[in-house]
Ligand binder design. Structure first.
Ligand SMILES: [Zn+2]
Length: 242
């Protein structure tokens, strides 16, 4: 059974491993909720310092560029909450107790009704950061919710009502994206430093590359929408027992 479209939450927090991940996974949904009055916040776990195929790239500069791009992407989505960078080194994100407590503290601080994150149970996933960021979203909720965690914290426990996992191993919920595809693309295309490595857009084929990228995103949205015959959508594993 696939459910569709929850009422707009008051606050949502999307947790991504790298700058650009939440836009790929849930950009249209976040734009839609933001347009309908949801206070959307983003938590980016790593600094994105390995996001280049150029061995000569200045990685310190890349980190700063990716923050600027991420803020522009957040603006394209209409994000009115916080954009938080945890700055763990790209490729080296752990899902240990310390990282989990930091994520939980942000959940307590932001008090989201819905948390969104990578599906850590997606099979055959290669990138450790995506798996670990997903784990941190899941386990961060447990730490945020239960009163005997974070004993030194002044922040009271907070229990979100929903967890949406994007890139789901088992999709059981859709959010229609009609009217918000352009914002998702605008947000994704704000990550210009990722044109070559992630989006297949090179200087020589910029027009065609951009077109192909937009087609790829549209096809992804259609594929989810087709699961319930509802046009374009983003797909999630929805967890309500929190
Ligand atoms: Zn990523």
């Amino acid at each position: 059974m696939i459910s569709c479209n929850i009422p707009t939450p008051m606050r949502a927090l999307a947790i991504g491993a790298h700058p650009d991940d939440v836009e790929f996974g849930a950009g249209a949904t976040l734009a839609k909720w933001a347009a309908n009055g949801c206070e959307v916040s983003l938590l980016i776990c790593t600094d994105g310092s390995k996001g280049s195929w150029d061995p000569a790239a200045d990685t310190a500069e890349l980190v700063e560029i990716r923050k600027v791009e991420q803020r522009a992407a957040a603006e394209a989505l209409g994000v009115s909450g916080e954009v938080v960078f945890l700055d763990y080194v790209d490729g080296e994100l752990d899902a240990g107790i310390e990282e989990r407590e930091i994520v939980a503290s942000w959940i307590r601080k932001i008090k989201p009704d819905v948390v969104l994150g990578h599906d850590p149970w997606k099979r055959y996933r290669l990138h450790p950061d995506h798996r670990n960021a997903g784990q941190l979203a899941v386990e961060g909720i447990v730490v945020a919710r239960d009163p005997f965690f974070l004993n030194d914290s002044v922040l009271p426990p907070h229990r979100p009502s929903e967890l949406f996992l994007f890139e789901p191993e088992e999709c059981d919920h859709l959010e229609t994206s009609e009217g918000y595809e352009r914002q998702k693309l605008n947000a994704l295309e704000s990550h210009k430093s990722q044109y070559v490595s992630t989006m297949g857009i090179t200087k020589d084929n910029e027009t065609k590359g951009l077109q192909d990228f937009r087609t790829r995103i549209s096809e992804g949205l259609s594929a989810f929408g087709d699961l319930a015959g509802i046009g374009m959508a983003e797909g999630f594993k929805r967890i309500r027992e929190i």
